[in-house]
Design a protein around this ligand. Structure first.
Ligand code: ADE
Length: 247
């Protein structure tokens, strides 16, 4: 999967060089490109924001740098790219899938495991990280008219910008790509995969500070272990997240 990120803080994305995401990149499973929005601002101060039209607090991100940055990424990407058709070029034998642009925003639809699974089928994702009071609305309109755009929130709280939200989404999506997680069985029993929270896990020793591992897990009876784990998942979900059970 190809992933482009546009941000004024490229350093945030150094985190994606670590651990499983770093390995997935080294192995070519995730092709991540991070772009500094200021490289697309052409005044001497590399300005990316301005005061809100109509008044109000804070600053709004200007449309021109976003237009230049996103156009630069979209050139040549996608089956019906304007650049290719305007130049009268033959379509590629294997046309690239049209990119999906995601703008992380607390005003967006809520990101879920189901959405991560859906997005893991995309070939090309572009994350546009807004800051301040957001991005000029015309940027969303322009790219929604030309292609696919989604505003996505990672939860009902407000972050300082889209960077942390993008990292969370890239990790949730990236670990679902074939080959990224070594043992794919470990993806199956996780929280949210079956609409339930994950059951509690234990390892050795069998007793630690007087706390024993539940006997059933030491019994070797796999049917009983599966049943116990399922009960624990249901009980935990009912207690912590009854909304997931529709209660
Ligand atoms: N930007 C600021 N807050 C956010 C959130 N909760 N989700 C996604 N992007 C955001």
């Amino acid at each position: 999967m190809r992933i482009d990120v546009v941000t004024i803080f490229p350093g945030y994305f150094d985190a994606l060089e670590l651990s499983l995401m770093g390995k997935a990149r080294d192995r070519g499973l995730i092709d991540l490109h991070v772009h500094d929005l200021r490289d697309s601002a052409h005044d001497k101060h590399r300005t990316v924001d301005d005061t809100p039209t109509g008044g109000g607090a804070g600053m709004v991100m200007k449309p021109e740098p976003w237009g230049a940055a996103l156009d630069g990424i979209l050139v040549g990407a996608g089956a019906g790219s304007d650049a290719a058709s305007e130049a009268g070029e033959q379509p590629l034998a294997e046309p690239a899938a049209e990119p999906l642009i995601i703008f992380p925003s607390p005003a967006g639809e809520v990101f879920t495991q189901a959405m991560a699974r859906e997005l893991a089928h995309e070939q090309h994702l572009v994350f546009g990280c807004g800051r301040y009071e957001g991005i000029d609305q015309r940027v969303f309109e322009e790219y929604a008219e030309r292609g696919r755009v989604r505003l996505v929130s990672i939860g009902d709280y407000v972050l300082n910008g889209g960077e942390v939200a993008s990292i969370a989404m890239v990790e949730a999506i990236g670990r679902l790509l074939p080959g990224v997680v070594g043992n794919p069985d470990s993806l199956v029993e996780e929280s949210h995969e079956a609409g339930l929270l994950e059951y509690p896990s234990y390892t050795k020793p069998a007793e630690w500070r007087g706390r024993r591992v539940p006997d059933v897990l030491l019994s070797g009876n796999h049917a009983a272990i599966d049943a116990w784990r399922h009960e624990q998942s249901v009980e935990r979900t009912r207690r912590v997240r009854p909304d997931l059970l529709g209660d």
